[in-house]
Design a protein around this ligand. Structure first.
Ligand code: PMP
Length: 300
């Protein structure tokens, strides 16, 4: 049956104070976000009218901005309200939210001082759920030749619009027929995946690499560590090698959109018994409880 026009939800995108229909939401070709990847972003998620850990996302956004000397033209409170307003405008209770701030439009040179006004846009749309099979069966990942950016070059803690490092890793993994790449740093230590943090469970304890090896301080990562504390699962942020991954009892990835994804093989080595693990399962349940309460509520 054809939908009546009133039933078709039009999606609105916020750009610098105005709303545009999705297919009319554009930025300039002179925007340095496009020309140089000069900008920062956040990916957030709302669950049944609650933006999960929005305060933490905004804190990370402000930290990224500080690091690249970009001044955000709103206060955190104003940004919080704009995100909610966008969700309300699009009548979304369960959404994926992409908040982007670029240096703005300038000339063809690099100089950020030529960009007078940052471009701020907020996209919110229905959350596209991952195939249930990846959670039930787990995924296989591989380490890839592309090394994670040096923290002294572009620090992976900055959630910047420069994602080529991650994209190259993703391409290498998919070329090899795997869904995601485990990225190592220049010393061979495990950092994270192309768009997710990584954890292992060994002898009942949980381990994840410290962010200084070259990983993003994931909001889901923090939520998992909080859940581990609550469930009394011992945990430690610790340097991990490929050897540690291969010999883990369990392994999983975390990220806002995919949440917690069990890993059952790394570089052809079976992890544990080759099935998603018990601790991964309990942490997932604990995480789901958090998504019901921990964030900013809004009404449609
Ligand atoms: N690492 C990278 C490189 C990411 O892009 C992301 C976000 N997709 C994550 C980790 C996970 O972070 P979060 O839990 O905040 O989504």
């Amino acid at each position: 049956m054809k939908k009546k026009k009133s039933e078709i939800k039009e999606n609105h995108v916020f750009i610098n104070g105005k709303y545009f229909l999705k297919n009319e939401a554009t930025v300039s070709v002179f925007d340095h976000g496009l020309l140089y990847g000069d900008g920062i972003f956040e990916g957030m998620r709302s669950y049944n009218g609650l933006v999960f850990r929005m305060e933490e996302h905004l804190d990370r956004l402000w930290e990224s901005a500080k690091s690249i000397m970009l001044s955000i033209p709103y206060t955190k409170k104003q940004m919080n309200d704009l995100v909610i307003q966008t969700l309300q405008k699009n009548k979304l209770k369960d959404a994926y939210i992409r908040l982007v701030i670029t240096r703005g439009t300038g000339d063809l040179g690099l100089d950020p001082r030529k960009c007078k006004v940052p471009t701020v846009f907020i996209i919110s749309d229905k959350i596209v759920l991952y195939d249930g099979e990846i959670y039930a069966k787990g995924v296989e990942v591989v380490t890839v030749p592309t090394v994670r950016n040096f923290t002294e070059a572009v620090n992976p803690a900055i959630k910047s619009l420069n994602y080529l490092n991650n994209i190259l890793a993703k391409i290498e993994a998919t070329n090899a027929g795997f869904c995601d790449a485990v990225m190592l740093n220049h010393q061979g230590y495990v950092t994270e995946c192309s768009g997710a943090n990584i954890f292992i469970v060994k002898d009942g304890a949980l381990f994840t690499p410290p962010t200084y090896v070259g990983a993003l301080k994931g909001i889901t990562r923090c939520a998992i560590l909080d859940t581990a504390r609550k469930l009394r699962v011992p945990f430690q942020e610790r340097i991990l090698t490929r050897h540690d991954l291969f010999n883990a009892d369990e392994c999983f990835l975390t990220g806002t959109a995919a949440e917690i994804v069990p890993v059952v093989k790394v570089d052809g080595r079976v992890i544990g018994n080759g099935k998603p693990g018990e601790t991964t399962h309990s942490l997932t349940l604990g995480f789901r409880d958090l998504t019901k309460v921990d964030g900013v509520r809004y009404k449609i």
